[in-house]
Design a protein around this ligand. Structure first.
Ligand SMILES: NC(=O)c1ccc[n+]([C@@H]2O[C@H](COP(=O)([O-])OP(=O)(O)OC[C@H]3O[C@@H](n4cnc5c(N)ncnc54)[C@H](O)[C@@H]3O)[C@@H](O)[C@H]2O)c1
Length: 362
């Protein structure tokens, strides 16, 4: 190789994903902490209407440019990708603006307030030829991945039934706007039920939902309470979301999903998890277990070894996967189309609860 070619090669700049964050509250700090650890990503800007949150993020993560308004930030340029970490009601406008500005986007769960918004976000990604990734970290957990590999290898046969659970006996968030339907789209179903649904739906191969029957009730969150609990003192005066949601979804392949999700109920706390029944095997995501028949015997299979499967680990895998998709065009396990189908499930359950009957999902 000539000296000229060698020196040209040695000055080639490494690829760095320049990321901006919209909404520098609770969850964004995990995004920023991970992004700043990667050699090929950098947090270059952030926007938040809350000056205190913005300054704290700027100082902690050494962010060169901060803004009160994401539109001004996007206009200033120099950004390849955006992480949207606002309350749910702003996911769609912030994501669509970022996509229209030519950025790849990771948007926190739930994708949007409803399926109409989610569809518009998918359309904007397609129109701008940019990646839109949904912040579904649970599917990256080692246990879910073990089950998914078995499902894809046909070891469960057809999966007929998935039961998704996200139950808190008394766990109404006492921060943020989680009790306000106009800003969040709903309560536990859209906030924590979505975690269980995204995993179970992923295991099923992300089939198309076609009909939903759902019911919701509010009987604890909208009243003052003296009961001791993990997060007392939530704002009961503005609380207008459900305490408990249950429902049933039918899919175009004949499979059925059942959902139970609560911020408050007189029942047992559950992990955010699913169980499933297939023609040749079933199991559970927590603890990761397979039930099947082997050599004439019914057996339960559990992993002999699992890499650590905590919240932090699958969050790190999700953020790494986003950078790999945005920077190197690698396939992603949580594309916008999966987010849209999960949103259609949530939407269907809420619409059915309101209508008091089964609703079609188109
Ligand atoms: N993946 C997960 O496990 C996980 C966990 C927690 C939260 N989340 C999701 O992340 C999102 C944020 O949740 P959070 O707990 O960080 O909430 P939060 O209230 O702590 O943070 C939201 C931030 O958005 C800011 N914001 C509000 N309006 C804005 C605007 N117009 N422009 C810019 N910023 C604005 C707020 O000031 C706040 O700092 C929610 O959608 C939530 O569902 C995901």
């Amino acid at each position: 190789m000539s000296a000229k070619r060698a020196s040209r090669k040695s000055v080639r700049k490494p690829k760095i994903l320049r990321v901006a964050v919209i909404g520098t509250g609770g969850i964004s700090s995990i995004h920023m902490e991970l992004l700043t650890k990667f050699d090929d990503a950098q947090v270059v800007a952030a926007a938040d209407i809350n000056q205190k949150a913005l300054t704290a993020a700027q100082q902690q993560f050494d962010i060169p440019h901060v803004y009160k308004d994401w539109k001004t930030m996007l206009k200033a340029g120099g950004i390849d990708a955006v992480s949207v970490c606002t309350p749910n009601g702003l996911h769609a406008p912030a994501t669509i603006d970022a996509l229209n500005a030519g950025c790849h986007v990771i948007v926190e769960k739930p994708m949007a307030m409803n399926a109409r918004e989610a569809q518009r976000m998918c359309d904007a990604a397609r129109k701008n030829r940019r990646h839109l990734i949904i912040g579904f970290q649970y599917r990256y957990g080692a246990g879910v991945q073990m089950l998914k590999r078995a499902a894809d290898a046909g070891q469960f046969g057809k999966i007929m039934f998935v039961k998704c659970l996200a139950i808190r006996r008394r766990g109404i968030p006492n921060w943020g706007v989680f009790g306000r339907k106009e800003l969040q789209g709903g309560g536990p179903l859209i906030d924590i039920g979505v975690h269980a649904i995204e995993q179970g739906h992923y295991l099923m191969g992300s089939p198309k939902p076609v009909a939903a029957v759902g019911s919701t009730w509010t009987y604890v969150g909208n009243k003052p309470s003296k009961v001791e609990c993990m997060w007392p003192g939530w704002d009961h005066k503005t609380y207008n979301v459900e305490d408990l949601a249950v429902g049933h979804i039918r899919f175009d392949n004949g499979a059925v999903m059942q959902v139970e999700s609560a911020f408050a109920c007189h029942g047992q706390d559950s992990d955010v998890m699913f169980t499933f029944l297939g023609e040749k095997g079933g199991g559970s995501s927590s603890p990761p277990t397979i039930h099947t028949d082997m050599n004439g015997t019914m057996v339960d299979i559990t992993p002999g070894y699992m890499p650590s499967d905590g919240f932090g680990d699958h969050f790190a895998i999700k953020m790494r996967a986003f950078v790999d998709t945005a920077l190197y065009n690698k396939p992603n396990e949580a594309p916008a189309e999966d987010g849209l189908r999960v949103q259609q499930i949530l939407d269907g359950l809420y619409r059915s609860a309101e209508a008091g009957r089964e609703v079609k999902i188109s």
